[in-house]
Design a protein around this ligand. Structure first.
Ligand code: DGJ
Length: 716
């Protein structure tokens, strides 16, 4: 609901309020974001606190000491600005003031050229507030969408040149929130290849200014565009937590500033580093959308809030709302070294255990037998696959499996026909040899012809063969960006390619991938409902990776595969049971040579698939409760609970074994106290209250890396 009461704008979600007010000079203040408040005119309460050495305007406002909605720089507020626009006079000083507003019932805010949260079947209202800086020659439209069903506020902004000359946008964050003084922590998700989204938490101390960002091209392995601000006492189950999730796949930045008076400013959006956008008279520039979320039920409550809106309202593909196939991928089974016969052999065995789809990974095209050539030449290698892709897909279909194919559409190797024909299609700057990453160049997706080529090539394959799944890879960082703002132009090109393909092939499931989870963001999830979470497929490494990722992303978006032991990335030997137990917390699949597994292993795999079939609805629609953190000790456990609380799966992992010690109890969560639950394996009956407050003592096997899996059903 959106209420305008006097000079107050009050946005209400399911349990939240977001309140702004306009002061008598026209500045738009931020008043409150948190648990739902009653409807009042709060505008007289916006503060103007006089501190020593503060700058003020002739109307008496000290904006440096105020909480502001979309703060400008250079006038009376010198903290990190939400935007900076160089006007035709060559300065970037601005004080935009309230001009007008419009409330749109039953509508979400749309963002030109970029993905945004969809309305789907929900009740949404949108508020647009226009601020204007006449002297500087631009106005800014701030968009806010709230839903009756969710505790989120969707925000974005657009800058319009209303002058008769050029203006230059130097930075434009999507949005920001100013928080009153308090003791806050920031939780963020840095990483690297094979160890993505490791959760970090640190106090936002006095005077601290932190940038959580990435300027390496895609949203990046190094830092995810999701950040949490929470009270220092907030834990998994209790306390205030505020989420900032950017729906964007390029360079991003979140700045957290604890100012000299203890107030906290958070702004999130496009990374200003390497960014610039010239706007001619009459032109406009839109920022990506950001999801602002809140929970007073700790980090767990915040995650569940985000998971719901992301799982239900983000992805454009029909495949998002359907069960995803249990797949087998040949990458860790064969790498580049496969034949048609081998793939069919894998498919046969996979079918016999209940696997539903085979993905042919890298190496099927051009003359690619290693990572040194042929990206860009998306024609089958007949030496490896004499039947062609269509023939192979048919064969795989005949074996009873669906067929999926790997592409890395945004790249070209120097040794490729594509590069030889179009050397100007790669990202480069004049007079400098472009750098290589994994022996490849990046295609220039800011060039429409390049985007059209990619759309044509992929569409051609989808029309010619029965391909129901695409794995879309992206394996290097972006260098040699030819001008400021290039990264954003590239990202818009990428979205055009993605959205065209999803529109034309809405039933083809696209899995995102970027050397594992190097582009695990809401921009990609708008088109591909699942992303290969990490190239590190070791179950124990995955505990931290998946736990961290689950903070901001639903488990239905995380692809997780059972792979070989010893694991190829870390060499660890883990039980097959544990590898599956960890992969159950995601879109489940296998990535190993199933044809070499023993009969006992095959029997176990059959049981795993049978079990996953029972819980796959839970994985897609259930609510995640994290119980024990792998960042804090020797255990990691979590639950997935159905919305009606009638079903729940519990998974626990004990990392290192020990002797002569009692196990720690696991205290379940998210159940209904008054329900009676049955352990579907043993038939043991428990009360919901008993499972949550007395807890259960897991029986781990006496070995390292042991897993404990329980599936409870309510007896109602
Ligand atoms: C990186 C991906 O993350 C892997 O899963 C695999 O597809 C390789 N690329 C193939 O080159």
């Amino acid at each position: 609901m959106i209420i305008k009461n006097g000079n107050t704008f009050h946005l209400q979600g399911k349990n939240i309020s977001y309140i702004m007010a306009v002061n008598e000079s026209g500045d738009l203040h931020h008043y409150y974001f948190g648990k739902k408040l009653s409807d009042r005119d709060y505008s007289k309460k916006v503060k103007n606190i006089e501190h020593g050495l503060i700058c003020y305007d002739e109307d008496g406002w000290y904006l440096e000491s105020a909480n502001l909605e979309y703060p400008a720089y250079g006038h009376t507020d010198l903290r990190t600005p939400a935007f900076s626009v160089r006007n035709k006079f060559g300065n970037s000083v601005s004080r935009p003031v309230f001009k007008s507003f419009v409330i749109k019932e039953n509508a979400v805010a749309e963002v030109e050229g970029m993905p945004y949260i969809l309305k789907n079947g929900n009740n949404a209202q949108t508020l647009e507030i226009t601020l204007e800086d006449k002297a500087a020659g631009f106005d800014i439209v701030l968009s806010y969408t709230v839903f009756d069903e969710y505790d989120v506020v969707l925000r974005s902004s657009a800058i319009n040149n209303i002058s008769d000359g050029e203006i230059v946008i130097e930075s434009a964050y999507s949005a920001g929130v100013d928080f009153d003084k308090g003791n806050y922590d920031i939780v963020y998700f840095p990483g690297a290849w094979t160890r993505e989204r490791y959760m970090e938490r640190t106090a936002v101390k006095s005077g601290m200014k932190m940038e959580i960002g990435n300027a390496k091209g895609g949203s990046g392995h190094a830092m995810n565009p999701f950040v949490i601000l929470c009270d220092s006492k907030t834990n998994e189950k209790t306390g205030n937590a505020y989420g900032f999730s950017l729906i964007y796949s390029g360079n991003h930045s979140t700045v957290i500033e604890n100012d000299q008076y203890g107030k906290i400013r958070v702004v999130q959006g496009l990374n200003p580093f390497g960014f610039e956008q010239v706007l001619k008279s009459g032109e406009a520039f839109a920022t990506p959308q950001m999801i602002l979320s809140y929970s007073d039920n700790g980090l767990g409550g915040l995650s569940r809030t985000i998971h719901k809106v992301v799982a239900n309202n983000l992805c454009r593909s029909n495949t998002a709302k359907k069960d995803r196939p249990i797949l087998i991928n040949n990458w860790e089974a064969t790498y580049f070294d496969f034949t048609e016969e081998k793939l069919i052999e894998i498919a046969k065995k996979a079918k016999s255990v209940g696997i539903e789809l085979l993905v042919l990974d890298d190496g099927w095209f051009g003359k690619r037998n290693d990572d040194d050539c042929s990206l860009g030449d998306w024609a089958v290698n007949p030496k490896k696959l004499p039947l062609g892709i269509d023939g192979l897909a048919k064969k795989i279909n005949e074996e009873g499996l669906k067929f999926g194919l790997w592409f890395e559409p945004e790249m070209a190797n120097p040794d490729s026909d594509l590069f030889r024909a179009h050397p100007d299609w790669i990202i480069s700057v004049p007079n400098t040899k472009p750098s290589l990453g994994r022996k490849q160049y990046m295609l220039d997706l800011a060039n429409n012809d390049v985007c059209d080529y990619i759309i044509d090539v992929i569409s051609g394959h989808l029309r010619n063969a029965n391909i129901t799944y695409i794995k879309w890879d992206y394996n290097r960082m972006m260098t040699d960006m030819p001008y400021k703002g290039y990264n954003h132009k590239y990202t818009l090109g990428l979205y055009r390619v993605y959205s065209t393909l999803v529109k034309n092939f809405p039933d083809v499931l696209i899995e995102g991938c970027a050397s594992g989870g190097g582009r695990f963001d809401l921009g990609i999830l708008a088109y591909s409902p699942q992303i290969w979470t990490s190239d590190n497929s070791d179950a124990i490494s995955r505990l931290k990776i998946q736990y961290g990722t689950s903070m901001g992303y639903p488990i239905s978006s995380m692809s997780a595969h059972v792979t070989a032991s010893p694991n190829h990335q870390v060499g660890r030997i883990t039980p097959l049971k544990t590898r599956a137990a960890v992969a159950y917390a995601g879109v489940f699949g296998y990535e190993l040579d199933i044809t070499t597994m023993s009969d006992e292993e095959i029997a176990e795999v059959k049981e795993q698939i049978k079990f996953y079939n029972e819980i796959r609805g839970l994985v897609r629609n259930g609510e995640l409760y994290r119980l024990q953190s792998p960042y804090e000790g020797n255990y990691c456990s979590w639950m997935i609970v159905s919305e009606d609380k009638k079903e729940a799966v519990l998974v626990g992992v004990k990392i290192l074994s020990n002797s002569n010690m009692d196990e720690e109890n696991i205290y379940l969560d998210g159940l209904c106290e008054s329900f009676t639950y049955k352990d579907t394996e043993t038939g043991e009956i428990y009360g919901g209250d008993e499972l949550m407050y007395k807890g259960i003592t897991p029986e781990y096997e006496l070995c390292d890396f042991s897993a404990y899996v329980k599936y409870f059903k309510a007896e109602v």
